[in-house]
Design a protein around this ligand. Structure first.
Ligand code: AMP
Length: 341
């Protein structure tokens, strides 16, 4: 019997609830400090307690997963806490395409894939001296927006970078990535591509709430001017959004272009959930600054089903359940190798 496992964080509750609803045994790799939290949820059948998530690479953990014929569902915590080499070395079958996670983590590779998918992107800035318009400075990997900052020119960049280094938030030898700031309404578009059906589904949209850039908006301008704090983009939570229906066609096109590009350059392609992240400007033109090549935490909003999935399924369908459904179908048809790597 196949089982479903994930790391205890990010969207693990949604993933394992969905897995249980689809009839799977569920396993959670859980840090000791979170044991009490996760024991509250009866749909988690087994906790694999670890001191650190990296223990997933150890033979002890891997053999428990193997004995249970587990499929591991990757999410943001796996990417934030492990290197691409480490993720690729995991022996347990990983849902989706583990090779594409490297393309998510590495800024240069990320840009290449987005370009290949024809996604409209903010202009990258190659050097601080080239900053001409308001720009955002980012860290590598899934840092969750912590330590990001905005800069209007090179001096501004240097001042803020030095301040964050002295506060211990970023390190001196860290390579930072700069791109022009895109203003507008935030929209994080989540899709699911099924290689079994060769079909793209649009799941929904969320917005991230980021501190303390959002907090800054609640303070009058004269107070803002007196503060010399560098606001970060640390994600605190998510809220739902529905789009003007006239935008949907373009949304599907972007999703399809991304799936096609991934098929061309990172086999076996963009299988499973993914998210295209960006903003709509005043002309409803979308600019994408990011993608996530796996389930995003914003999908947690729709544990009871999303507006767009209610159009596609006559039942409550979360992204966690959709993943489990795909595994169930593949398992029954002896095609697990088609949806895992
Ligand atoms: P990321 O790590 O790229 O997802 O960025 C974290 C957050 O920074 C996003 O959720 C946005 O709020 C913000 N952000 C990133 N890139 C841009 C950009 N080019 N323009 C405007 N906001 C951005």
């Amino acid at each position: 019997m196949t089982s479903i496992a994930t790391l205890g964080s990010h969207c693990s509750l949604q993933v394992l609830k969905g897995a249980k609803d689809e009839g799977f045994k569920t396993l959670l790799v859980c840090e000791k400090k979170r044991e009490k939290l996760y024991k509250r949820f009866p749909f988690i059948d087994e906790l694999i307690v670890v001191d650190n998530f990296k223990e997933v690479l150890d033979s002890k953990c891997q053999s428990i997963l193997e004995q249970n014929n587990a499929v591991l569902i990757p999410h943001g915590t796996l990417i934030a806490q492990m290197s691409s080499d480490e993720i690729e070395s995991i022996k347990t079958p990983i849902f989706g395409n583990k090779w594409i996670l490297r393309w998510e983590s590495d800024r240069e590779m990320k840009e290449k894939l987005m370009r290949e998918a024809n996604l409209p992107m903010p202009k990258p800035v190659t050097h601080p001296s080239q900053i001409e318009k308001l720009s955002i400075v980012k860290r590598q990997g899934a840092a969750g927006g912590k330590g990001y900052f905005m800069a209007a020119n090179e001096d501004d960049y240097n001042t803020k970078r030095n301040q964050l280094i002295s506060e211990g938030i970023i390190s001196k030898d860290e390579t930072l990535y700069i791109q022009e700031y895109a203003a507008g309404v935030l929209a994080y578009l989540t899709f699911f591509y099924s290689p079994l059906k060769d079909e793209l589904e649009f799941y929904g949209v969320d917005q991230r709430h980021e501190s303390d850039i959002e907090g800054l908006g609640r303070i009058p301008a004269d107070q803002q001017m007196k503060s010399n704090k560098v606001p970060s983009f640390n994600v605190i939570g998510n809220s739902p959004l529905v789009l003007r229906e006239s935008l949907l066609d373009e949304v599907y096109t972007m999703g399809e272009n991304f799936v096609e590009a991934a098929k061309r350059i990172v086999a076996p392609g963009m299988n499973g959930p993914f998210c295209i992240e960006g903003v709509y400007d005043e002309n409803a033109k979308f600019t994408s600054f990011e993608f996530s090549a796996r389930i995003v935490a914003g999908s947690n909003i729709y544990m009871d089903g999303s507006p767009y999935y209610s159009l596609l399924f006559n039942e409550t369908m979360s992204m966690g359940k959709r993943i489990a459904r795909e595994i169930k179908i593949a398992d029954n048809e002896k095609q697990l190798d088609k949806i895992t790597t």
